[in-house]
Design a binder for this molecule. Structure first.
Ligand SMILES: Cc1cc2nc3c(=O)[nH]c(=O)nc-3n(C[C@H](O)[C@H](O)[C@H](O)COP(=O)(O)OP(=O)(O)OC[C@H]3O[C@@H](n4cnc5c(N)ncnc54)[C@H](O)[C@@H]3O)c2cc1C
Length: 384
């Protein structure tokens, strides 16, 4: 990073901290408990340029590094994880266009993604296909100048309030291997694109995650990302490295928030004549929690820097995602235990952290899969 980059990062993080403290934190409990979409906050996020943070400046974005982006996501998630989801899958969609789109697609879509005029996410998962994405059944058939899409998607974040998704489809359902028949379309809402249901979730509330149905939905053929069929899975998997770094950064934020809450509460709550932070059993917990946060933060930094250098980093992103999200889950549980009965109350933040954290172990590739990815890479990089 140049000194100017450092200065720009410091300025953005400063502005973000002020925004989170004054305009987000006071409203989180109500928005989360009542599952209200934070429309006003989203408008301010647009003004701050957050929807374009990693979109190139040539297309109206902030052009930030992945390392800076990860720090932004950690800070947001320390306050409210749901907000990070509103820009995360949006930016995976944008990144697919930035990395793989045709020049015309970049010029048409990236400036609108950067301002947040077009917002959305990624439509991969189907009722019968999550981890095994090659099993998807949504089909796009060429008809003149259009693709005609039929199928269903589920668990698609930002698809209720957003207006565009990167939609994974089969353009050749009989192709072998299966991924050769998979393509990615930029699908803006229109006739035949139906949001059938908003899903009720344990945590990650306020943000819309929906089921979608496509019935003879027409997409102009020039919305095929990259303009060549059969590259969709590779395009989306290359974006998932970024997604994993992002989810890992969220993990650091949630783990840190749990530590913050536990550190504060343990100094106030007294038992047997002294603050509970003076009991060794609580100190052991705090010591482990603080170490987890720091280790997770360093793994995320290291993966983000490798990504910025353009290196292959599926193992590094996998390690960061696995460790940081397990750290979030463990710290949220420990923070709740440190709070005793109050941790179980909806009046304290730790109950939200406890509900939010498990998602991190599922999204952007489950933690079971991360360990398999790490092991495969380990063997590939260390042949005998
Ligand atoms: C709140 C939320 C938001 C989401 N947002 C989006 C979104 O915006 N866009 C989108 O496309 N999807 C989204 N998803 C879906 C998410 O990506 C999938 O849930 C996830 O990929 C897992 O797929 P699945 O639920 O079908 O589980 P399955 O694939 O059925 O897996 C079930 C279990 O089997 C394990 N497993 C599967 N295969 C293997 C294997 N080969 N080896 C070892 N273990 C294995 C998994 O780790 C898991 O424990 C979201 C999910 C949630 C909960």
């Amino acid at each position: 990073m140049t000194p100017q980059d450092h200065e720009q990062e410091a300025m953005i993080l400063d502005m973000l901290d002020r925004f989170l403290e004054t305009e987000v934190a006071p409203h989180v409990r109500k928005l989360d408990h009542d599952d209200i979409y934070p429309a006003e906050i989203v408008e301010k996020m647009k003004e701050m340029g957050l929807f374009g943070c990693i979109i190139s400046e040539d297309y109206g974005g902030l052009g930030l590094s992945t390392a800076t982006y990860a720090r932004i996501i950690t800070r947001i998630s320390r306050t409210w994880m749901s907000l990070s989801g509103i820009i995360n899958s949006h930016l995976i969609m944008a990144s697919a266009v930035q990395r793989h789109g045709t020049q015309a697609q970049k010029s048409l879509f990236l400036p609108r993604f950067a301002t947040g005029e077009l917002r959305g996410g990624i439509g991969l998962t189907e009722p019968d296909a999550g981890t095994d994405l090659q099993a998807i059944r949504t089909v796009a058939r060429k008809d003149g100048e259009d693709y005609v899409v039929n199928g269903a998607k589920t668990w698609i974040t930002n698809s209720g309030q957003g207006n565009c998704i990167a939609l994974l489809v089969k353009t050749d359902p009989d192709a072998q291997p299966r991924h050769r028949g998979m393509s990615l379309l930029l699908a803006e809402k229109g006739p035949g694109f139906q949001v059938t249901r908003k899903l009720e979730k344990l945590g990650y509330r306020g943000i819309d995650t929906c089921e979608l149905l496509f019935q003879d939905y027409r997409v102009p053929a020039d919305r095929l990302i990259g303009g060549v069929e059969g590259r969709g899975l590779q395009q989306i998997l290359s974006g998932l490295e970024l997604g994993r770094i992002n989810v890992a950064a969220r993990g650091v934020g949630v783990a840190q928030a749990a530590l913050d809450e536990a550190t504060a509460y343990s100094q106030i709550r007294k038992t047997f004549g002294k603050p509970i932070c003076e009991h060794q059993a609580i100190q052991l917990k705090l010591g482990e929690m603080a170490t987890r946060v720091e280790a997770a933060r360093l793994l995320v930094e290291s993966a983000a820097r490798a990504y910025d250098r353009g290196e292959r980093c599926d193992m590094e992103a996998g390690m960061a995602k696995y460790f940081a999200t397990e750290a979030a889950l463990e710290n949220a549980t420990e923070a709740m235990r440190i709070h005793g009965g109050y941790g179980y109350s909806k009046e304290y933040n730790v109950e939200r952290l406890y509900r939010d954290a498990p998602l991190l172990t599922i999204g952007e590739g489950t933690n079971e899969m991360q360990r398999i990815i790490i092991a495969r890479q380990l063997i590939e990089r260390n042949p005998v």
